[in-house]
Design a protein around this ligand. Structure first.
Ligand code: ADP
Ligand code: MG
Length: 336
């Protein structure tokens, strides 16, 4: 990396801010070698996921850098959790424009350090470059799972119930708050929703416990309806969702009531929730209720899977309490 930005050199940055994050993971060799080594426990395999966040697309230049780092890591941990895997390590590719100063990198690394402690993962390597474009943070996370036990998207069966952890729609409504579109919402609710947007909570305690119970799973990042559509597509099924069963936080309910537009549509189709959406047979509903109680994480049944009937093109049908079918102009977030 060759830059005229007043930053310390690439190797100094790595030594100062990133090597400390590799401590405690022997295979990272203190970030002093070309590559790292991960040895999964006997009978286990690695589950791998990468996700990039781009300045101006996923975060804004004045967003706090520690939150940028934590969110970039957490979205990856969420994917691993949804597959039933336990996260162990991650790599970080950092593309920095010359407008970035050392304080930003220090804040960013500090955020990662906090979340490493919280989630028990280590930084094991990566790459640092300069770029003429926006700040780009690409993280690849590695998790472990007993061989063959990964929870795929395609295993749902007709009659399976559809479950959701936590509450849905908070992040999308939080983004509406940030855009100034929910100005009448009380401050406490607004603060809660914005926090849910800024810092997702990957459901790492739930995911691995779903092995043997869930038939299909994913984490909700594009929006509930769109992501449920992905399970339907790969499982070759359709889904029926009962709108009034979809778990909403108190703050989300307040936001939906004050929203001028269609707040419920925002909640059901907005992205960034990072809750786990999964299917499971009715026979394990009791076990799931117990699990929810033990872990202190809500697990709510919101509908069921069904074999597609001839001529149906709709993957996901949403039914209101009065039996009306709800339709949405846009079912989820798309980049292109
Ligand atoms: P190479 O020249 O072989 O591509 P680098 O000089 O880019 O390797 O990196 C040296 C070491 O620092 C490697 O272990 C690499 O994984 C690590 N590293 C570089 N950038 C980062 C980063 N942003 N985060 C974590 N580790 C990094
Ligand atoms: Mg090298």
């Amino acid at each position: 990396m060759n830059r005229g930005s007043g930053l310390p050199g690439e190797f100094e940055l790595i030594a100062r801010y990133f090597a400390p994050l590799a401590k405690g993971f022997p295979g990272a060799y203190g970030l002093l070698d070309d590559a790292a080594v991960i040895a999964p426990a006997a009978g286990h395999e690695l589950v791998v996921k990468s996700d990039a966040v781009v300045g101006g697309v996923h975060f804004l230049p004045d967003d706090p850098p520690d939150l940028v780092g934590r969110k970039a890591l957490r979205v990856n941990l969420s994917d691993l959790a949804a597959k039933g895997a336990v996260a162990r390590a991650y790599m970080l590719d950092l593309m920095l424009p010359n407008t970035i100063g050392e304080a930003w990198i220090a804040g960013f690394a500090h955020g990662l350090a906090r979340d490493q402690d919280e989630y028990g993962v280590h930084l094991i390597g990566g790459d640092t470059d300069s770029t003429p474009g926006p700040t780009t943070v690409a993280i690849m996370a590695f998790g472990e799972i007993a061989t063959g036990r990964i929870i795929r998207r395609g295993g749902a069966r007709p009659g399976d119930m559809i479950f959701l952890t936590g509450t849905i729609g908070d992040a999308a409504l939080g983004l509406e708050v940030l855009r100034g579109r929910l100005s009448e919402l009380d401050a406490a609710s607004a603060g809660f929703l914005v926090e849910r947007f800024r810092l997702p909570l990957p459901r790492i305690t739930v995911g691995p416990r779903l092995i043997g119970l869930a038939t299909a799973a994913l984490d909700v990042s594009d929006g509930l309806i769109a992501d449920l559509g992905h399970i339907c597509e790969v499982s070759a099924l359709t889904a029926i969702v009962e709108a009034d069963r979809v778990p909403l936080s108190t703050a989300a309910r307040a936001a939906i009531e004050t929203a001028q537009g269609d707040g419920l549509a925002t909640a059901l189709t907005g992205g960034d929730d990072y809750e786990i959406l999964f299917t499971a047979p009715q026979t394990v509903a009791g076990e799931l209720a117990e699990l929810s109680h033990t872990l202190g994480v809500a697990i709510t049944a919101i509908g069921h899977m069904s074999a597609p009937s001839a001529g149906t093109e709709k993957r996901v049908t949403v039914v209101a309490a009065d039996g009306r079918l709800l339709t949405f102009a846009c079912e989820g977030w798309r980049h292109f």
